[in-house]
Design a protein around this ligand. Structure first.
Ligand SMILES: [Zn+2]
Length: 342
């Protein structure tokens, strides 16, 4: 098959399904860029003109979160067929091909709890936990990609998800902990362009993919929840139109991540973590349902967490909860209490 035939008939998701066990890397030179298929679900576009921007887009780190995979698959098709212009270095990742095939969140272990080297703890069990090798492979792909950038280049990573749980605000993003760096207003502005009006600023290092790229490469990274989980083909793409448009603009034009950018957004809600509620005893109990919508808020005085020793009583009107879960062992997180920042 020649290059133009390959491009015309290419479908990223089908290609991934057909190469689950991986494939030999191969490259093609097109008019404006060289595209390299490094491995299953790992594709790099290198522009032929100079660019100081490195953009990584990952989708399907959870295999049942189909809409973002459809979005990046269409973008890849349009790049290959000259319908979308490339103005940056671009890495496209389909996170978890095997879970994607089965349309499951994960097979053995939540892949988005395995980054930043967390997979090393499970390396001995890699035969039983298929996510171990994939986490390692994705980190390697990220390393190889950003290693090509220079100090003054901009690096960004958008890890695209859809949520299982209801959320008071359907689209929201989790800005990973930045160590000693400051939040970049350009990222928040871009989120607004994506239709994401709610941001949670995470408070500590973690094992999610966006923290990996942020921490290791000082990338402008963020985990984006674009809406509800639905099977392939059942997504209403209109619900994702803003995000799709903004991501395409990002690829097509030179988006500025300059820290001097002004935060232009009005009406975006930004939350920070006020407290992590841990299970301290067998009697710890959240007084909300586990399926309560994220960002549901409470009035001052509500006993959110009952525990004989360490209850949590809501201290201020408007404190909200994310990720409530009563079924965790002692010492683990039952929920995050968040509050809005000005
Ligand atoms: Zn997800």
């Amino acid at each position: 098959m020649n290059t133009s035939e390959f491009c015309k008939t290419f479908n990223l998701l089908d290609f991934v399904r057909e190469h689950l066990e991986g494939h030999q890397p191969f490259s093609m030179s097109l008019e404006d860029f060289v595209v390299t298929f490094h491995d299953v679900g790992i594709i790099e576009f290198k522009p032929k003109h100079e660019s100081q921007q490195y953009l990584a887009l990952s989708a399907g780190v959870h295999g049942n979160e189909t809409a973002p995979m459809e979005i990046v698959s269409d973008m890849v098709y349009d790049l290959l067929n000259g319908r979308l212009n490339l103005r940056c270095h671009l890495l496209v990742l389909i996170g978890h091909p095997q879970a994607m095939l089965k349309e499951q969140r994960f097979l053995d272990f939540n892949l988005n709890r395995m980054f930043n080297g967390e997979w090393k703890k499970y390396w001995e069990q890699k035969e039983e936990i298929c996510e171990v090798e994939r986490a390692k492979r994705l980190e390697q792909a990220m390393n190889d990609f950003f290693a090509q950038s220079c100090a003054n280049d901009t690096r960004a990573h958008y890890d695209l998800h859809t949520a299982i749980r209801a959320s008071k605000y359907q689209k929201f993003a989790i800005y990973p902990y930045l160590d000693s760096r400051e939040h970049n207003p350009a990222v928040l502005n871009l989120m607004q362009d994506c239709g994401v009006n709610t941001i949670l600023l995470y408070h500590k290092p973690s094992t999610v993919f966006s923290y990996y790229s942020s921490h290791n490469f000082k990338a402008d990274s963020i985990t984006v929840e674009l809406g509800k989980v639905k099977p392939f083909g059942e997504n209403n793409r209109d619900d994702f139109a803003d995000a799709e448009k903004a991501l395409r603009q990002l690829v097509e034009s030179s988006y500025s991540y300059d820290h001097s950018t002004r935060y232009k957004v009005k009406g975006q809600k930004v939350f920070k973590v006020k407290q992590e509620l841990l299970r301290v005893s067998d009697d710890s109990h959240l007084n909300v349902d586990d399926d309560l919508a994220n960002f549901s808020s409470f009035e001052k005085g509500f006993e959110l967490l009952s525990d004989p020793e360490e209850p949590y009583i809501v201290e201020k009107d408007g404190e909200a909860i994310v990720f409530p879960n009563n079924n965790v062992p002692i010492g683990q997180r039952m929920a995050l209490v968040v509050e809005e920042v000005e």
